[in-house]
Design a protein around this ligand. Structure first.
Ligand code: OSB
Ligand code: MG
Length: 334
C-alpha cells in the first residue's frame, strides 16, 4: 500500500493522581500520535516515551521531531506491503524505537482497516478476549497502597504489579504479603539498583513474587544474568529489551526468565511479534506491558496479548482510573 501522508501530534494527557515510579513522579503522560493515510483508509499509531528521557533515552518531544523530520519522510510516497518492509525503510536511523513504533503501529492499523478485520485476527492472534493485570505505583502510604490492592483484587485482576524503589522496598512487600498471602504479585524496579542490592533481592525471594522486573540498569544484560543466577525469583526484563537482537542476546546470556514486551519500546508490533516468537522458541514466557498510553495505543498492543506465549495477562489501564480526560479508543482496532 502506498503511504500518502502522515500527520504527527504531540499530546499531553493529565493524570488524576501522580504515577510514581523509580524513575519519576509524573502528573501527565505525553504521547506522540500518528495518523497514516493510504487511499480512502487511515490508521492510527501511538507511542508514549514520557515527558522526560527517564524511563529510556527517548522522550515524547524528541520522538515527535524524530517522526516529523526523519522517519515519516522515509515512508511518504512509498509502497509498503509489510511490517518488515517498513522496518527496513526506517533502519538507517539508529535507535528511536518509540518513534519508529508510532509509525509501525499506524501501518498495522491501516493494514487491518483495509481488510475490514480486527488487528488481532490479521496478525494471527488466538481470540478476541485477553485477561488483564493491574499496576499500582508508589503510593503516599502503605494504607493507600493496600486500599488500591483491595480495589484491584475485588475487580478480579489476576496479577498485580507493584512499583518498587528505594524507600518503598521490603517494608512495602512484607506489608502487602501479610495482607494478601495468596495473590499473585510482582515488583517493577525500573532499573533503580545495581548488583550491590543482591542481599535485598535475596531477601525478596522469601515473598514468593511472580517476578522482579528490571532490577538493574536500563541497558544491561550481563549483570541481570549474574543476579538471576543468585536468586530464585524470576527476573523479567523490560527496559533492556529494545530490539529483536537484544532479546536474542538476553536469552543467550540467560539474563531473564520473563520478558515484558511493550510494542512501543521495541519499535512496534513487527518487532514485538518477532520477540514473542523468539522467546517462545527459547521457552521464555512473555507478557504485554504498557506505558500508560491512551486507549488508542492500548487497543493496538492488546492485539499482541492474544498470542500463545503471553503467559501472564497484559497490563491494560482503564483510562478512567488514570486520565482526567482520554482520547477515545476506536473499538474496531482491537
Ligand atoms: O516500567 O513497566 C514500566 C508505565 C509507564 C512507564 C513504564 C512502566 C509503566 C508501568 C505500567 O509499569 C505498565 C505495565 O505494567 O507494563
Ligand atoms: Mg517496567
Amino acid at each position: 500500500m502506498r503511504i500518502q501522508s502522515v500527520e504527527v501530534y504531540h499530546v499531553a494527557m493529565p493524570l488524576i493522581y501522580p504515577f510514581r515510579t523509580a524513575f519519576s513522579d509524573e502528573d501527565c503522560i505525553e504521547s506522540v500520535l500518528v495518523r497514516m493515510v493510504s487511499g480512502d483508509f487511515y490508521g492510527w499509531g501511538e507511542c508514549s516515551p514520557w515527558r522526560a528521557p527517564a524511563y529510556s533515552s527517548e522522550w515524547a518531544g524528541g520522538a515527535f521531531i524524530a517522526v516529523r523530520d526523519w522517519l515519516a519522510p522515509l515512508l511518504i510516497g512509498r509502497d509498503i506491503s509489510s511490517g518488515q518492509q517498513l522496518q527496513q525503510a526506517l533502519s538507517g536511523t539508529k535507535g528511536n524505537y518509540f518513534a519508529k513504533a508510532s509509525l509501525d503501529l499506524a501501518w498495522w492499523d491501516l493494514h487491518a482497516r483495509r481488510q475490514g478485520k480486527p488487528l488481532w485476527k490479521v496478525i494471527g492472534g488466538q481470540s478476541g478476549v485477553v485477561d488483564v493485570g493491574a499496576d499500582v505505583g508508589v503510593m503516599e502510604s502503605l494504607d493507600a497502597l493496600l486500599a488500591e490492592i483491595e480495589t484491584a483484587n475485588k475487580a478480579g485482576f489476576k496479577r498485580i504489579k507493584l512499583k518498587y524503589r528505594p524507600g518503598w522496598e521490603l517494608n512495602m512487600v512484607s506489608a502487602v504479603r501479610q495482607a494478601y498471602p495468596d495473590t499473585v504479585f510482582h515488583v517493577d524496579c525500573n532499573s533503580a539498583y545495581t548488583l550491590d542490592g543482591l542481599p535485598m533481592f535475596r531477601e525478596l525471594d522469601g515473598y514468593h513474587l511472580a517476578m522482579i522486573e528490571q532490577p538493574l540498569a536500563h541497558d544491561d544484560l550481563l549483570d541481570h544474568a549474574s543476579l538471576q543466577k543468585s536468586i530464585q525469583t524470576p527476573v523479567c526484563l523490560d527496559e533492556s529489551i529494545v530490539s529483536v537482537e537484544k532479546a536474542r542476546k538476553a536469552i543467550e546470556a540467560k539474563a531473564c526468565q520473563w520478558v515484558n514486551i511493550k510494542v512501543g519500546r521495541v519499535g512496534g508490533l513487527t518487532n514485538a511479534l518477532a520477540i514473542h516468537d523468539l522467546c517462545q522458541g527459547a521457552g521464555i514466557p512473555c507478557w504485554v506491558g504498557g506505558m500508560l498510553e491512551s486507549a488508542v495505543g492500548q487497543a493496538l498492543s492488546s492485539a499482541l496479548a492474544t498470542f500463545p506465549n503471553i503467559k501472564y495477562p497484559a497490563d491494560m489501564f482503564p483510562t478512567s482510573r488514570f486520565c482526567r480526560e482520554d482520547l477515545a479508543g476506536d473499538p474496531s482496532v482491537g
